[in-house]
Design a protein around this ligand. Structure first.
Ligand code: SF4
Ligand code: SF4
Length: 384
């Protein structure tokens, strides 16, 4: 596995300038982690890059951006390393790199290709099922979507293991994972270091819009997932197969989730189009838009299917929706969707760092249990 050395070199150059400057100390969790280092290995830069959420606050505060000779653009330098690390750590790596280069084409081709397959497969018949199962049998759906659901889990699991090794993290502890999950769930870092939001789409003005759309997309996705899970339990455990009425739990969860997903993705695309592309990863814009578009299309096609599910258009709409869902699952490890998992890993590694730091601080306040520095500046346990 090989990351692009020019991207790492540029991020290293800029991180060293920031380390000397220290003006942005309170902006985000990147700077305390950056200031804790004297030199930056490839693993350190990968960790810093995945801690950064591209709020762009440091860019607008920086006195060393172009035309200054230092030409600082830390959001872009870290975004480039972050993007490259996802391609490099992906499993299989070829698919990760290919999606980064041709994300839009691959996403569109996958949706259309899978939709055509489902459209053709309906000719095989349903073996007498009702509703959607009259188009594609229940067993065929399970046989297709169960492996498609498991594949991203296995693939992302392998990528995270690679990440853990790359950044040379210690074995994961439960408390660090809980801290990371808490921060990821409320998206604390998207509030900005001062709580006023970030500068992503509004240049030097602060806004909470990006945090709000991330919350909408995350909750929309979780509601849709909950809808499918509840429907599965109702089918298998309670012997109540689909279709379900408007006021049933699967429908209420699915409709509210679909709406949140569509609105969140539409607004996310609008914010991305307003933002300054020169502060994001080079060449990643199309792939990012493709992924958000695909996710929004999953929600949209689900809502349209619900609205027109009783008409003659149902088989076509179902084929499109299933094609989008299948493309989404299979492409997840290579799209921006994977960033949530890498970010979670980066937050857990940062929680390790902070807990080590506080342990050392409490040891230094309690000399009887503290490590002492030897002549090389290394820490050695004081056993007296
Ligand atoms: S981004 Fe600019 S102002 Fe902020 S720490 Fe780096 S060099 Fe200093
Ligand atoms: S872009 Fe935002 S999150 Fe990234 S280093 Fe700068 S201030 Fe931190």
């Amino acid at each position: 596995m090989q990351m692009q050395t020019d991207l790492l070199q540029e991020a290293r150059r800029q991180a060293e300038i920031c380390n000397a400057c220290r003006y942005c100390e309170g902006y985000c969790s990147v700077f305390p982690a950056l200031h804790a280092e004297r030199a930056f290995s490839d693993g350190d830069l990968t960790q810093l890059a995945n801690l950064c959420h591209n709020c762009r606050g440091c860019y607008y505060a920086c006195q060393y951006t172009a035309p200054h000779e230092f030409d600082l653009n830390l959001p872009q330098a870290l975004a480039n390393v972050r993007q490259d690390s996802w391609g490099d750590l992906a499993f299989p790596q070829t698919a990760g790199r290919a999606f980064q280069k041709n994300g839009v084409m691959i996403a569109v081709a996958a949706v259309i290709g899978f939709a055509l397959l489902f459209w053709a497969a309906r000719a095989l018949g349903s073996l007498g099922g009702a509703g959607f199962y009259a188009v594609l049998s229940h067993n065929a759906m399970v046989a297709i979507f169960l492996p498609a659901f498991l594949f991203p889990l296995v693939s992302i699991g392998i990528s995270l293991r690679r990440y853990w090794r790359r950044v040379e993290a210690q074995p994961l502890k439960w408390m660090h994972l809980v801290t990371a999950l808490g921060q990821a769930a409320n998206m604390k870092n998207l509030r900005g270091g001062h709580g006023d939001g970030c500068n992503f789409e509004d240049e030097d003005r602060f806004s909470h819009a990006r945090r709000a759309v991330h919350q909408a997309v995350m909750h929309g996705f979780l509601l849709c997932f909950a809808s499918t899970s509840v429907a599965t339990v109702m089918d298998y455990a309670l012997d109540k197969p689909a279709p379900y009425g408007l006021f049933s739990l699967p429908k209420l969860l699915g409709l509210s989730g679909g709406l949140l997903l569509v609105l969140g993705c539409a607004e996310m695309i609008r914010l991305k189009l307003r933002s300054d592309r020169a502060l994001g990863a080079q060449g990643a814009f199309g792939g990012e838009i493709a992924f958000v578009g695909l996710l929004g299309f999953v929600g949209f096609s689900g809502l349209v299917l619900y609205a027109f599910g009783q008409t003659a258009a149902m088989p076509l709409l179902l084929a499109l929706h299933l094609g989008a869902v299948l493309a989404f699952f299979l492409l997840t490890p290579f799209t921006k969707m994977a960033h949530g998992f890498y970010r979670l890993a980066a937050l857990a590694v940062d929680a390790q760092r902070l807990s080590d730091l506080s342990q050392r601080a409490s040891m230094s306040m309690n000399p009887s249990a503290s490590p002492t520095a030897n002549s090389n500046g290394d820490l050695a346990r004081n056993n007296t």
